[in-house]
Design a protein around this ligand. Structure first.
Ligand code: GTP
Ligand code: MG
Length: 370
């Protein structure tokens, strides 16, 4: 519903809140700054006060924000974005560490992944693959859902000594909801008594029939610890990616998704973006959710400076004025004025939603007390 708070209305009329509230009271509206008015009422009031009204709608602000590709745009192959999901402790981060020859697990508090990590690797074949690591802890459902939404392929990691568990099942649902193909990685096959076949049989109950059981979902048996068959996993990803024929136009203003963002004391907002199309460069003016800024620096996950970020490439950027939410869309726009307009509009909509919610509850509470 189109509503606006008295405070927002005052700021849009370039009036002091107290002056607007006084005016409203004269007109018989007993309000405070946080009360909301519906758009029609607000328009009448404002016109009574001799202002002209220009209503800005979502369509005005959001339409054309991501410019359509030009007719002669060249779509070029892009690397797959692969999200690693699975139950807590089944070895997602270890598997990625083994593939990247890095060591993230040992630096994690209590060995639990708390956020989405984004990395791009070059496989021995020379193909690039972008990986998103997700936490398996039950509390991180929303994060996994966000991961699934920006991804091309989901790798479901299942520990062979533990088999299918609640977050395995959830990972399967996220992949299905997002409409992306799955690859099953049966991990920890080095553990004595591990039973990969039990994993594959258990998966049948969730209608996941892997190739080695006669189905069409690729499966690989691996050990992150012993680095067994990592190439097999990379090959499975490459095969699936080839089938998907992933392309993007790199020759345009960039847009994509916010993977994560935080406030850093020294550097301000540090955001990890995943570019979905276009090329992100230093100096680009970008809107991310209801925040905006000028890209001041780009770097990879190791802090190494980058000149630009291409489709499917994760990149850490500095320069946003505030912290956007993971899963927000980012888009490069032509001017600071446009960026400010979009960001302010979104911030206002967000505030109004929150106000409407709190107004809703207090009304319910009032009714309950009657
Ligand atoms: P969360 O991010 O907390 O959900 O866990 P995760 O899935 O990322 O698991 P992680 O990689 O942190 O591994 C959990 C534990 O399993 C660690 O102690 C790893 O050393 C161990 N582990 C991972 N892969 C293997 C494997 O192939 N074999 C054996 N034996 N242990 C493994
Ligand atoms: Mg992890």
């Amino acid at each position: 519903p189109d509503i606006i708070t008295v405070a927002d209305l005052a700021s849009r009329m370039a009036m002091r809140q107290t002056d607007l509230i006084k005016e409203l009271m004269k007109q018989g509206h007993m309000v405070t700054a946080n009360n909301t008015l519906d758009a029609d009422t607000a328009q009448l009031i404002v016109e009574d006060m001799g202002h002209s009204v220009k209503r800005v709608s979502e369509a005005d602000v959001e339409e054309g924000l991501i410019a359509p590709d030009r007719a002669d745009a060249a779509l070029k192959p892009r690397p797959p974005v692969v999200t690693i999901m699975g139950h807590v402790d089944h070895g997602k981060t270890s598997l990625l560490d083994a593939i990247r020859k890095a060591n993230v697990v040992s630096g994690e508090a209590g060995g639990i992944t708390q956020h989405i990590g984004a990395y791009q690797i070059e496989a021995p074949s020379g193909d690039k693959i972008t990986f998103l690591d997700t936490p398996g802890h039950a509390a991180f459902t929303a994060m996994r859902a966000r991961g699934a939404n920006v991804t091309d392929i989901v790798v479901v990691v299942v520990a062979a000594d533990d088999s299918v568990m609640p977050q395995t099942e959830e990972a399967i649902s996220h992949a299905r909801a997002a409409g992306v193909p799955m690859i099953v990685a049966v991990n920890k096959i080095d553990v004595p008594g591990a039973d990969p076949n039990k994993v594959k049989t258990d998966l049948l109950r969730y209608e996941v029939q892997v190739e080695s059981m006669g189905g069409d979902i690729q499966d690989v048996e691996v050990s992150a610890l012993k680095k067994t068959n990592l190439d097999g996993l990379l090959d499975a990803i490459a095969l699936q990616a080839e089938f998907l024929e992933l392309t993007a136009n790199a020759d345009r203003e960039a847009y994509g998704s916010v993977v994560e963002a935080k406030l850093d004391k020294g550097r301000g907002t540090v955001a990890t973006f995943l570019v979905q199309a276009g090329t992100l460069k230093r100096g680009d003016i970008v809107v991310a959710g209801s925040e905006w800024g000028k890209v001041r620096a780009l770097s990879d996950e190791n802090g190494k400076p980058m000149k630009e970020a291409l489709p499917s490439q994760p990149v850490e950027i500095l320069g946003l004025g505030g912290v956007p939410e993971p899963g927000d869309q980012f888009v490069v726009v032509e001017s600071e004025a446009r960026a400010r307009e979009v960001a302010e509009y979104r911030a206002r909509v967000k505030r109004e939603k929150q106000n409407a919610q709190s107004a809703g509850t207090s009304l319910e509470q009032m009714m309950a007390q009657l």
